[in-house]
Write a protein that binds this ligand. Structure first.
Ligand SMILES: [Zn+2]
Length: 212
């Protein structure tokens, strides 16, 4: 069966999801969402829930928003924002699995992004549990970052995980990008379905580092 993606749904997930009890069991992933005061929470919530549904359909892994926290960004670099998120979560005593932080670009950053491109989302390469997105309404970006949380063998391969760089210049080249994982990616995600987010996975490469 060829992976066929129409709008919100990926047909590649459904047919295999019921094979075997282990892959059928639903894994729930508790996400804490960090969001600047100025952001439209309802808009973010709507897109996140769409992204979660698309991910669930393909993998049997169900992200849900456990909590919201406000963040005012001091950092702006990829590793800077990840470190800030990791530091802020040290004060969070309740259990959680992952963090999805929404970064709002200021006008200057937006201008540079439109002209030159830049990162749209980043995930830490230590725990693979902290995600920061600068394109919170882009399902491809969200799906891509969620994929990183369960894919350790390769960093950027095909499908949703295809090289990000083609997507970097403004948003133009990103429109119409797939939200469907290829079969190899989907299998690896399902292999790592029950991973513990408080332990450091073995990664083929590490770039975006944070320290404890
Ligand atoms: Zn990536």
């Amino acid at each position: 069966m060829t992976a066929s993606c129409g709008g919100m749904s990926c047909l590649n997930g459904l047919s295999n999801l019921n094979n075997g009890q282990a892959s059928f069991a639903i894994r729930e992933v508790a996400a804490v969402v960090l969001i600047p005061e100025s952001e439209d929470r309802d808009g973010v919530k709507m897109t996140l829930n769409k992204a979660f549904a698309i991910f669930f359909q393909q993998t049997g892994i169900k992200f849900y928003i456990k909590d919201w926290r406000t963040i005012s960004w001091r950092a702006s670099s990829r590793t800077g924002v990840l470190q800030q998120v990791a530091d802020e979560m040290k004060g969070y005593v309740q259990p959680y699995d992952v963090v999805i932080a929404i970064y709002t670009m200021n006008l200057f950053q937006q201008f540079v992004f439109n002209a030159l491109g830049g990162w749209m989302g980043v995930v830490d390469d230590v725990y693979r549990r902290f995600v920061v997105v600068r394109r919170s309404r882009n399902l491809h970006v969200l799906e891509h970052e969620l994929g990183h949380l369960f894919l350790f063998k390769t960093t950027h391969d095909g499908g949703v995980m295809g090289a990000y760089i083609v997507c970097a210049v403004g948003d133009h080249l990103c429109t119409g990008n797939s939200v469907c994982f290829n079969e190899a990616e989907r299998q690896e995600i399902i292999e790592n379905k029950w991973r513990d987010f408080s332990t450091k996975p073995e990664l083929s490469e590490r770039q975006s580092l944070i320290h404890d």
